[in-house]
Design a protein around this ligand. Structure first.
Ligand SMILES: [Zn+2]
Length: 157
């Protein structure tokens, strides 16, 4: 069997990760941020459910693509391990991205009305969306983000 190269994110010891924002990788002018909302492999099996991830995805993607960095947002979406989201930004400045993430979370929390894109034509599973689930997760993550001392760089083991 041919040997496969281990991808960079698998080289981080996930037992040392706490909720926060981290630079996962830089490819040319594109920076991949891990917006880690939950502690990986936590003892209480505290993971985001699909409804939460999907709802945050709709809200965060829409607001961040209307932010001051909108032209440089390449992608936003959930991690399959249910412990966070990926945010890909071109020509990123860490401090600007941090402020944008905080601002985006605040907009989700203050959002008045229905979830963006909650219509059959615009989504692959439009019934699986709930604004309160998005707000609850945004609040929780905002608190974690603002109280976290480690920023951008994954903790050393
Ligand atoms: Zn959707």
């Amino acid at each position: 069997m041919e040997s496969l190269t281990r991808i960079a994110s698998f080289s981080v010891d996930h037992d040392y990760i706490v909720p926060g924002i981290y630079v996962s990788r830089i490819d040319g002018d594109i920076t991949t941020y891990d917006l880690r909302t939950r502690k990986p492999n936590n003892d209480s099996d505290d993971y985001m459910d699909n409804l939460t991830m999907h709802s945050v995805e709709h809200m965060f993607a829409t607001y961040v693509r209307n932010s001051s960095i909108k032209d440089n947002v390449i992608y936003f979406g959930p991690m399959g391990c249910q412990t966070g989201f990926y945010l890909l930004v071109r020509d990123a400045n860490d401090d600007v991205v941090f402020d944008t993430v905080v601002d985006t979370l605040k907009k989700i929390i203050a959002h008045d009305g229905e979830i963006f894109g909650k219509v059959r034509k615009e989504c692959g599973n439009y019934k699986n969306l709930d604004i309160e689930a998005a707000k609850t997760e945004a609040k929780k993550y905002l608190d974690a983000l603002l109280s976290s001392k480690i920023r951008f760089k994954y903790p050393e083991r």
